[in-house]
Structure formats: structure tokens, C-alpha cells
Design a protein around this ligand. Structure first.
Ligand SMILES: Nc1ncnc2c1ncn2[C@@H]1O[C@H](COP(=O)(O)OP(=O)(O)OP(=O)(O)O)[C@@H](O)[C@H]1O
Ligand SMILES: [Mg+2]
Length: 315
């Protein structure tokens, strides 16, 4: 598990503790250009495992304080992309940068927090011990206060001395999120962080992510829970078979939906029409002698957009 080795004292670890915001740069510290760089930039990212193409030229940017959802069917390449950003997997084409530093470099690793898709913490370790270990790995000086704050933020204060093996799946996942936040990362990479959470836990994580956004932390969130992504993400990128098939703000993507008019002769659909076309459509129908009972702008859900984007291509 990677955490960012930053100084993150107490009350506002993310504001004060971000690696790029420290008072001195040091050898591996950020330059001014790196501070200004976007949190994540992937350009033409490609990855082959032998004959298997996992990523086939993906471009992706996440700005500071931006929450981006990375969606796609099983095997689309989402986890591969995240692992490249962490430096766990080497791309075979293109490049990825974290706050201006090449992915995998010490400076890039310092800036990220990561919760892997399939993680396993040692069963004997308590929540508090696990966070303490990650503070050491990350070089965080947040101490007791940081651990207490993180456990509280994921609703595990009561379980701080409970061994991982005595925790439910959802509790372990929440501990994983706390682990990813150790040291106050500038870019948080969460690979399906809420798959085991109940609805209350998911809402708590949504609120936590919104709080991070307010503090300028960038988040790349892999998830299959589209309704949740729609609620929390500023932007989504949908990939399929290693390529981007749709990208944009959830509301914009969902706009191409059309207008439905209930008439005396049945339901008439105008799939290409938008709200601004409605008066003309109604006027024309009335001029043609139709009786109009209701008009509805149909708004597609993110699920509709997703299914249309990946339809028939899933492996
Ligand atoms: N270490 C590996 N060796 C060989 N092939 C791999 C390896 N890791 C991933 N792949 C392949 O790369 C492709 C992308 O896998 P990846 O795990 O990135 O998908 P994903 O979008 O995260 O899927 P999921 O939604 O199931 O988590 C798949 O075809 C997968 O089999
Ligand atoms: Mg995955």
C-alpha cells in the first residue's frame, strides 16, 4: 500500500500536510512548475501484457480538487491505469504524471494515497496499529492526532483497538480508505472503495470525498456503482477495452435523451430533441391535429449513458 510521506500534523493535515505545500522542497520536493501542474495527467497511456492489450492510448486529467470517476466493464483497464499511476505497473506506451512528476518516481509516490481493489491487511493488526505502520511507511508526522482523526472520519473510532480479522468486510474497507489518507495525499486513488459498504457507509464516504474536494485533494475513483458516481463525481471517464469511449460531466453526458409527448394517438418520441425544441414540437403536433396531453423531457441516467457507450463491447 502506498501512502504519501508527508508532514501532516493535526487539525488540517490535508491543507498543511500536502507534500507540495511544504515550506522546503528538498531533493525530491516539488518545483514551482510541479505545484502548478494538474494532479494527474495521463497521455496516450498504453499497457500490453503479452498479447493482451489492457490499455490502448488513454488520455486522462484530474485537476486539484477534482473528483473524477473512472468507469468501465470488467477488464476495461481501470485498475491497470491506477497501478500505472502508482508506479506498480510500467506502461508500454505513453506517460503518466502526478503533480508534474513521472508516475512511479519518489516525488509522484509522495503525492498519492492509494486503496487497492483487492487488499488484505494482516489479521492480527488493530486499526490503530495498521495506521501507525502506514504513518511510518509514509513518513507522516501526524501522530496520534492524525490516526484518531482518520478513524473518526471513516466511522471506526470505536474499533481502533480491534484486530482486522475481527472486523466486517465493510469495516476493513473503511480502514483501507483511512489508510489511503495517511499523510494527506494530493491525489487519492480509490479502486472500488465502497463495494462492501452498506448504504449509510457509502453516503459517509461520499461526504468524506466531498470534504476532500473542498480541501483541494484530487480523487480518481474506480467504481461500478454508477448512481453513486453520478452523485459525487465532477467528471466521469468511461473506458472499454483499454480506450476512452465517453467522458464529461455526468449531467452533460446524460443530456442526450430527447423529449416524449403523450398525444391522443399514443406516445411520440423525439430522441434528438432537447428542452429548447419542445415548444416547436408541440406547436407542430397541434397544427397536425394531435391532442397533446403531456410533454416530458427524458433525462438519461449515467447508467443509460454507460450502457450505450459500452454496449456489445464488454468482454
Ligand atoms: N498482471 C496481468 N497479467 C496479464 N494480464 C493482466 C494483468 N493484469 C490485468 N490484466 C488484463 O488486463 C485487462 C485489464 O485488467 P484490469 O484489471 O485493468 O481491468 P479493470 O477495468 O480494473 O476490471 P474490473 O472491473 O474487473 O476490476 C484484463 O484483460 C486483464 O485480464
Ligand atoms: Mg479493477
Amino acid at each position: 500500500m502506498l501512502s504519501s510521506p508527508t508532514v501532516s500534523p493535526t487539525a488540517e493535515p490535508l491543507d498543511r500536510g500536502g507534500i507540495w505545500l511544504g515550506p522546503t522542497g528538498g531533493d525530491s520536493g516539488p518545483t514551482g512548475a510541479q505545484e502548478k501542474a494538474v494532479a494527474l495527467r495521463a497521455t496516450g497511456l498504453g499497457k500490453r501484457y503479452g498479447a493482451q492489450v489492457a490499455l490502448d492510448g488513454v488520455d486522462l486529467e484530474v485537476g486539484h480538487g477534482e473528483l473524477v470517476g473512472l468507469l468501465g466493464p470488467n477488464g476495461a483497464g481501470k485498475s491497470t491505469l491506477v497501478k500505472i499511476v502508482c508506479g506498480l505497473v510500467r506502461p508500454t506506451a505513453g506517460r503518466a504524471e502526478v503533480c508534474g512528476a513521472p508516475a512511479g518516481s519518489r516525488a509522484a509516490r509522495r503525492a498519492i494515497g492509494y486503496l487497492a481493489e483487492l487488499f488484505r491487511f494482516p489479521g492480527w493488526s488493530t486499526a490503530d496499529e495498521l495506521l501507525r505502520l502506514h504513518q511510518r511507511l509514509a513518513g507522516s508526522e501526524g501522530g496520534d492526532a492524525e490516526r484518531a482523526e482518520l478513524l473518526e472520519r471513516v466511522g471506526l473510532s470505536e474499533a481502533r483497538n480491534r484486530p482486522v480479522e475481527d472486523m466486517s468486510k465493510g469495516m476493513q474497507q473503511r480502514l483501507g480508505i483511512a489508510q489511503a489518507l495517511v499523510g494527506g495525499p494530493r491525489l487519492l486513488l480509490l479502486d472500488e472503495p465502497t463495494s462492501a459498504l452498506d448504504p449509510v457507509g457509502r453516503r459517509a464516504v461520499r461526504q468524506l470525498l466531498e470534504g476532500l474536494r473542498g480541501r483541494g485533494v484530487a480523487v480518481l475513483l474506480n467504481s461500478h456503482l454508477l448512481s453513486e458516481v453520478e452523485l459525487v463525481c465532477d467528471r466521469v471517464v468511461i473506458i472499454n477495452r483499454g480506450r476512452t469511449v465517453a467522458a464529461g460531466r455526468p449531467a452533460d453526458l446524460a443530456q442526450r435523451s430527447g423529449v416524449e409527448v403523450e398525444t391522443g394517438s399514443g406516445l411520440r418520441r423525439f430522441p434528438e430533441a432537447g428542452r429548447e425544441d419542445t415548444p416547436a414540437i408541440v406547436a407542430r403536433l397541434v397544427a397536425e391535429g394531435e391532442r397533446v396531453y403531456s410533454v416530458r423531457e427524458v433525462s438519461a441516467s449515467l447508467e443509460d449513458v454507460y450502457l450505450e457507450a459500452v454496449e456489445g463491447e464488454s468482454s
